[in-house]
Design a protein around this ligand. Structure first.
Ligand SMILES: Nc1ncnc2c1ncn2[C@@H]1O[C@H](COP(=O)(O)OP(=O)(O)OP(=O)(O)O)[C@@H](O)[C@H]1O
Ligand SMILES: [Mg+2]
Length: 244
């Protein structure tokens, strides 16, 4: 099943950029966002920690579950070890046990629960997908990344959970190349209107155990990451409403 594209073209931020405030969508007491991608290095962990920090900056209690079994690859856990603040809380958990961790997180009152996956274990991801409110798949503007969505689209078709591509690491928000790849992804399924630009602030913030919303509040990275999270909320809320 090919999901309809959310919108017709990528959204370019209007100037001046207001800083959007993160609030959960109406009807959600907690929200589970799962980062899924088969391809490595596409930005799952970058997205996980940055949306987590943006929400935490606005007072939401955030839990990030790092499901990578390989200690060297537990990027969210390592990021948390460089951090002073307790919010977001980061835990490691085998993907097969993540369902129980989500239930624990909800009980503890976490309002945003983010699952960062390793990308290798599509079977467990598929089992877990139905416990998420949205599945987000970062993809970069390349033909390899387009091809890498094939197994993901199979996973999407097996779950009622809304899913969307996040176009990450574009050189320029407003360019023919960005529009070209955004349209290519949108032909394959849902894609969020916002894109994430390749910015040194993502690299530098993560190196300091921060998100861009802490590293450069009100900066372009802070604004685009907030907008993206709100678009993911909206996508999930609309799907939930249309299913009822
Ligand atoms: N928008 C961006 N701007 C600049 N650098 C980025 C951006 N997104 C990701 N990166 C960088 O790309 C690299 C890979 O990102 P990341 O670790 O988030 O990918 P991943 O999908 O989690 O990878 P893995 O499959 O290994 O878990 C990191 O060095 C990260 O800093
Ligand atoms: Mg990662």
């Amino acid at each position: 099943m090919i999901l309809d594209s959310l919108f017709k073209r990528p959204r370019v931020l209007p100037a001046p950029h207001p800083v959007p405030r993160i609030v959960l969508p109406a009807g959600f007491v907690s929200f589970v966002a799962m980062m899924v991608a088969k391809k490595g290095g596409v930005g799952k962990s970058t997205l996980a920690v940055n949306v987590g920090v943006a929400a935490a900056c606005d007072g939401l209690r955030v839990l990030i579950i790092d499901t990578d079994l390989d200690e060297d690859q537990q990027n969210c856990v390592k990021w948390a070890s460089r951090r002073q603040q307790a919010n977001p809380k980061v835990i490691r958990c085998a993907i097969g046990k993540t369902r129980a961790a989500i239930a624990w997180g909800r009980k503890q009152g976490f309002e945003l629960i983010i699952i960062d996956t390793a990308g290798r274990d599509l079977v467990h991801m598929s089992d877990l997908a139905e416990y998420a409110d949205v599945l987000l798949t970062p993809g970069q503007a390349s033909s390899n990344d387009l091809d890498a969505t094939v197994p993901l689209r199979r996973l999407w078709s097996r779950t009622a959970t809304p899913a969307a591509i996040v176009l990450n690491g574009v050189i320029s928000e407003d360019s023919n190349r960005t529009r070209f790849y955004w349209r290519k992804f949108s032909d394959l399924g849902a894609i969020l209107p916002g894109v994430l630009v390749r910015r040194v602030e993502y690299i530098d913030a993560v190196a300091r155990g921060q998100g861009v919303s802490e590293y450069r509040p009100g900066g372009p990275g802070d604004i685009e990451i907030r907008r993206l999270l709100l678009e993911a909320f909206q996508h999930a809320a609309e799907k939930r409403e249309s299913a009822q």
